[in-house]
Design a protein around this ligand. Structure first.
Ligand code: PMP
Length: 443
């Protein structure tokens, strides 16, 4: 049937119908992207957009950077596939570079192609190192991927059809700095939650716990930051209960938060760190850093045919060098300070803005229907997203875990100040329009 079609748009319509991941009939607002450069993307109708999502917060280095493109083309000409029983020069160079920039004393590294698979690698490493332990612990509202196991490690959103085949994780509560429980302060909520976590580890877990995995700032779960006292308390509990601390920096790594690693903000000392997204410069790449004493894979434990895909590795090597050369963590810190200052000023005029979150360019606003109750405003947030996209700026949304009240501003870290300022101007306008249409602040 498709062979009779000569014209591309018809094929596109058929493709929309055919795609497994599309809702029936397709999503009319979903763009077909044809080109990207820096922080800009273009769709198949010639429309230009400022991309404040960095494509799932992955293009920390803007799209199409010549250094990355050249490295990928050169590697493609030389060798595209080597199974994991072989090394390639770029693999060895990237391994050395990664351990040189790793936080703490993480001095072993392994690569794979997806954040989810890197989390699985970290979980396997923890289980190898704790042969007698029964559990792995996770935090409420965490996100670690969409493979069967990492989905189970994430917040189990309603309607999860896969639970039958998923491993069970020990779920631990987390403090909430914006909506602390029962009218407590954020600090009191943190102390209380640490005490509950200790109780669960002492009395609630049958068998010992191999590891706790969490994100230093929860990304998909709602940009939830933790206080330094939480991170310190968790490290102490890990030591006391013999748990390895796995920090998932898939979203926060490579300068996103204004430091190379979010772990640096809080003096975190992970036993295992998971990275992904920003490392590949738009190519699929992820992996794990571990302390020497925990590097104990046996042959066959973790070998995937394309796990060390040479083109991704070469692109990753060029990307990490460029992130260092351009000092993108510092750029993120400067842009982030500018964006949060502007958003705080907007908060004084826009009742929808309940909270402004950072650090670095991990920026978001949490929209509320009412400042006093902090009732989330997901419908308004979706409207802000749609109207901004129609005006040529793509912001991030947070549909995960029904927490859709966030608007995320997480462009490439090398966005220009003019572009960032323009994105914030559009947000300012759109917030005003949505507040007027939804009657926010006048009830
Ligand atoms: N961990 C975190 C913290 C993430 O944000 C994500 C992706 N959003 C993943 C793991 C999974 O990465 P991937 O989608 O590349 O499998």
């Amino acid at each position: 049937m498709t062979s009779t079609l000569t014209d591309t748009p018809d094929l596109h319509l058929l493709g929309r119908e055919a795609l497994l991941h599309e809702p029936a009939g397709g999503d009319p607002e979903k763009l077909t992207l044809v080109r990207a450069q820096g922080s800009l993307v273009w769709d198949d109708r010639g429309n230009e957009y400022l991309d404040c999502t960095a494509q799932a917060w992955s293009n920390n280095l803007g799209a199409g950077d010549e250094r990355v493109v050249e490295a990928a083309i050169a590697q493609t000409r030389e060798l595209t596939h080597a199974r994991p029983t072989f090394h390639t020069p770029a693999l060895l160079e990237l391994a050395a570079l990664m351990v040189s920039i790793a936080p703490g004393d993480l001095n072993r590294v392994g690569f794979t192609l997806h954040g989810s698979m890197a989390v699985e690698m970290a979980l396997k490493l923890a289980l190898r190192n704790r042969p007698d332990a029964e559990h792995v612990a996770v935090l409420h509202d965490g996100y670690h991927g969409r493979s069967i196991a990492t989905m189970a490690a994430s917040w189990p959103h309603p309607g999860n059809a896969f639970a039958r085949l998923q491993p069970r994780f020990l779920r631990l509560p987390r403090p909430d700095l914006f909506r602390p429980r029962l009218g407590r302060t954020a600090e009191e909520d943190t102390e209380l939650t640490l005490a509950i976590v200790r109780d669960i580890l002492e009395k609630g877990a049958e068998g010992s716990v191999a590891a706790l995995i969490y994100e230093p700032i929860q990304g998909n779960g709602g940009h939830n930051e933790f206080s330094a006292s939480w991170h310190r308390g968790i490290r102490e509990l890990c030591d006391e209960f013999g748990m390895l601390l796995i920090i998932d920096e898939v979203q926060t790594g490579f300068g996103r938060t204004g430091r190379m690693w979010a772990s640096e903000h809080y003096g975190l000392d992970p036993d295992i760190l998971v990275f992904g997204k920003g490392v590949g410069g738009g190519f699929p790449l992820a992996g794990v850093l571990a302390k020497h004493e925990h590097a104990k894979f046996l042959a066959g434990d973790d070998q995937l045919t394309f796990g060390q895909f040479p083109v991704s590795i070469a692109a990753g090597l060029a990307t990490v060098k460029a992130i260092i050369e351009d000092d993108l963590p510092a750029r993120a810190a400067e842009h982030g300070a500018y964006a949060t200052e502007r958003l705080r000023e907007m908060q004084t005029r826009h009742p929808l803005i309940g909270d402004v979150r950072s650090p670095g360019l991990m920026v978001s606003i949490d929209l509320v229907r009412d400042r006093a109750t902090k009732e989330p405003a997901p419908a308004e947030a979706h409207e802000v997203f749609l109207r901004a996209q129609r005006k040529g700026v793509i912001f991030g949304e947070s549909r995960y875990a029904n927490l859709g009240s966030l608007i995320k501003i997480k462009p490439p870290l090398d966005i220009s100040r003019d572009q960032l300022s323009h994105a914030l101007d559009v947000l300012d306008d759109v917030l005003g329009d949505v507040e007027r249409d939804y009657g926010t602040g006048v009830r």
